[in-house]
Design a protein around this ligand. Structure first.
Ligand code: SF4
Ligand code: SF4
Length: 576
């Protein structure tokens, strides 16, 4: 487990993407066969004066905090990225406030996450690097000739914080990054590396957009004062000239309605609190605020809409996560969020732009987009088995369709909302059974292909390492600096174990090595390594000394294969 979440330098991101793609046909464990290559599909829409090739993508959360998540989502078809929320509390302070594990999607979805665990400055740099990298990959991998994605920033949670210098300069630098040192570093790095590309040319460098974002989603959860929502929206519209979506909460459907939907779908065990509904923004006030912000948006030449919905606060069962409250996502949120959509669509009319999040899967995406709602974001489904590849499954359901997204179809929204309340797709399928006994070994943990821990990791901190000197076709290697201890790989480990604690771990620096008990590898120099084997024994290892008369230990074999296949992983390559 890493104390500090590491970000990957742009130079190393290029190494990973180019080396792994051209030598192994994959990037961040996403095989080329799972890349979305539909540049001739008709899914594109214009939003915020930009082109969006597909109207879907990851919601603000674990998949949009770090470059590797953003790249993985782009490769599998995401084009709308709601970036992880930033607020004045950040970095180490935020990490210490979030109890780990912080995600439990064994049945539906619960989390106790909040905003980014990077500092706001690190997040800004990460989003600049990611935007440049996606534009490069689009061209190099033949996915798009033009910039075809949108980064939508998310800010919280009070007026004082959002108008602070820290958040204000975050917004300004992402609106125009051309003078930011991270943007210039990316351009310099691309110029130095031009010879490594096959399709990306020097003229493409000039086309890279430095406008990282022109839109924002305002989160109104986590104690945002209802009376401040107008002021926050007005500030972002008037002073920052951002296209602005207000993300509203499922509590707007009312306690009784939410309770009935949960009960009818078999979620009687989930406890919701009346005070969470009473203390939140009330429906009539929300409608008035949105109407006033739309008027202000028109005066300032920006689009104003609503995002429905945030996650639902519920009483924490204490089964997996810590703390009094946790936030529900996944299947039961779909009928609840759709109920809120119906209410607002009736009150505000068919012209109100609505973006959606809540329980999206391949069964409902097509019907939802047909109502005129877009873009649509999701997170829970990407945390389930297959991980990011579920994005591709969702795209496959819509890729042959055309959507008219100018106006909402109120009649269809009403029908969908009603039908979803009894649809078996959203019924309680039951919690995961009794915790499996932990029988996870460090090596050879499966006989038939598994790899679930690789696919479900939102930050790509587990990888497959192929080495035919072992029994299983590949070994799982863990990358410490990419892990933020969310616990999702444990949830799905078929041996009931903790891959992020048990597997051979690549450490980026001495502190990481010393703060962990994992078996693992720390590079000291080109020939010297510090190793800790599965029994906890630590020793120095020189890989250039001839070892023909000594049987190699398993960890030494892993090191040897890493040096051959992924030498860049052993460098201290994170920015933190
Ligand atoms: S390795 Fe496991 S615990 Fe760490 S970030 Fe990935 S899924 Fe979460
Ligand atoms: S999920 Fe568990 S058993 Fe499966 S590959 Fe990962 S660590 Fe091994």
């Amino acid at each position: 487990m890493s104390d500090t979440l590491g970000t990957i330098s742009f130079a190393r991101l290029l190494d990973i993407c180019l080396e792994d793609y051209y030598t192994k046909g994959k990037i961040f464990e996403i095989d080329e066969k799972d890349f979305y290559k539909g540049k001739n599909d008709n899914l594109g829409i214009n939003l915020f004066n930009e082109y969006l090739r597909t109207p879907i993508g990851p919601a603000a959360g674990p998949h949009t905090q770090l470059s590797q998540g953003i790249v993985s989502a782009y490769l599998t078809g995401a084009r709308f990225f709601e970036l992880k929320t930033v607020q004045v509390i950040d970095g180490k302070q935020m990490q210490e406030m979030i109890p780990k594990p912080c995600i439990d999607v064994s049945n539906i979805g619960f989390n106790v996450e909040w905003s980014t665990e990077l500092t706001v400055e690190e997040a800004k740099r990460e989003y600049i690097r990611s935007s440049v990298l996606l534009q490069v990959l689009a061209k190099e991998l033949g996915l798009s000739e033009i910039k075809d994605f949108i980064f939508n920033i998310s800010v919280g949670y009070d007026l004082k914080g959002i108008t602070s210098e820290k958040i204000s300069s975050f917004i300004d630098d992402l609106k125009e990054a051309k003078d930011h040192e991270t943007f210039r570093e990316c351009i310099d790095e691309l110029t130095r590396n031009l010879a490594r590309f096959k399709k990306f040319k020097s003229e493409d460098i000039e086309k890279i957009s430095s406008n990282i974002t022109n839109s924002v989603t305002v989160s109104t959860m986590h104690g945002v004062k209802p009376e401040e929502i107008w002021d926050i929206g007005a500030h972002l519209i008037r002073n920052k000239k951002l296209h602005t979506f207000i993300k509203l909460n499922p509590t707007l459907l009312g306690f009784e309605n939410v309770r009935k939907i949960l009960d009818d779908l078999g979620y009687t065990h989930i406890t919701i609190r009346r005070e969470d509904f009473a203390n939140d923004l009330q429906f009539d006030d929300a409608v008035q605020i949105v109407k006033d912000l739309i008027r202000l948006g028109k005066e300032n030449g920006v689009t104003v809409g609503i995002k429905l919905t945030n996650t639902l606060p519920v009483v924490n069962s204490g089964r997996v996560l810590q703390g009094e409250s946790m936030y529900l996502s996944g299947k039961p949120l779909y009928p609840i969020a759709l109920g809120v959509v119906e209410k607002f669509a009736r009150a505000l009319g068919a012209d109100i732009p609505i973006s959606f999040s809540g329980g999206i899967d391949k069964n409902n995406i097509l019907k939802l987009l047909k109502t005129g709602i877009a873009p649509v974001t999701f997170s829970t489904i990407l945390l389930k088995p297959r991980g990011y590849i579920n994005m591709k499954g969702i795209i496959d359901k819509i890729k042959d369709e055309n959507f008219s997204l100018d106006k909402l179809n109120l009649q269809v929204i009403q029908e969908l909302a009603e039908a979803s309340k009894t649809d078996p797709n959203y019924k309680n399928k039951g919690e995961r059974g009794v915790e499996k006994e932990d029988t996870l070994p460090t090596y050879d943990c499966f006989k038939v292909n598994c790899g679930l821990c690789v696919d479900v990791c939102p930050t790509r901190a587990n990888m497959r390492l192929y080495d035919d000197r072992f029994e299983a076709p590949y070994q799982i290697v863990h990358i410490e600096s990419r892990c933020y201890e969310c616990g999702n790989c444990h949830t799905f480990c078929t041996r009931g174990g903790f891959p992020y604690l048990k597997k051979v771990t690549v450490f980026a620096n001495k502190d990481e090595f010393n703060n962990s008990k994992n078996p693992g590898i720390l590079k000291l120099s080109n020939k010297k390594f510090r190793l800790r084997d599965e029994s906890g024994k630590e020793y120095l290892y020189n890989n250039l000394v001839n070892k023909t008369d000594v049987e190699q230990r398993s960890i030494e074999k892993i090191l040897e294969t890493l040096l051959k296949e992924y030498p860049y992983l052993l460098e201290n390559n994170n920015n933190s």
